[in-house]
Design a binder for this molecule. Structure first.
Ligand code: FEO
Length: 163
């Protein structure tokens, strides 16, 4: 049985994960629009991952006899200045999600909720990987520049990302 405060915070996290999904789907659409199919693939895979993050929370709440409450998903941006801009916004957003997960862990500790603490460990680890991936791509984009053959090389690399 979940405490009310924990249930509310987990439901808020579902919304944040669904917003993440929506944000990356928007970036995928924009990438297709500007002719970068590899970028579009990378963000599409990321979109699907975020939906699975939301579903992990959804199932956990239900397994603990809590109530899932879905709320409005904010509109994501639809225009981006450049591929680098998309990844810088991605990293910034993931740092926000990391803070939110850490706050959730703090709350679970405060409420003596051991099950939720253990459940959240997967997300703590996942956030390390997500931020590291984003930083690596940002470094590459800065290194090769955002035009010409360098950009298409990165596009080809991002096309290889699988679900
Ligand atoms: Fe679900 Fe990208 O954190």
């Amino acid at each position: 049985m979940l405490k009310k405060r924990i249930e509310e915070a987990l439901n808020e996290q579902i919304n944040k994960e669904m917003y993440s999904a929506y944000l990356y789907l928007s970036m995928s659409a924009h990438s297709t629009h500007i002719g970068l199919k590899g970028f579009a693939n990378w963000f599409m895979v990321q979109y699907k991952e975020e939906v699975t993050h939301a579903m992990k929370l959804y199932e956990y709440i239900q397994d603990q006899d809590g109530q899932v409450k879905l709320t409005n998903i904010e509109q994501p941006p639809t225009e981006f200045a450049s591929p680098l801009d998309m990844f810088e916004k991605t990293l910034k957003h993931e740092e926000f999600v990391t803070k939110s997960i850490n706050d959730l862990v703090d709350l679970a500790i405060k409420e003596n909720d051991h099950a939720t603490q253990i459940f959240l460990q997967w997300f703590v680890t996942e956030q390390i990987e997500e931020e590291a991936n984003d930083k690596e791509i940002i470094s590459k984009l800065k290194l090769v520049g955002e035009k010409g053959s360098g950009l298409f090389m990165i596009d080809r690399e991002l096309a290889a990302r699988k679900e």
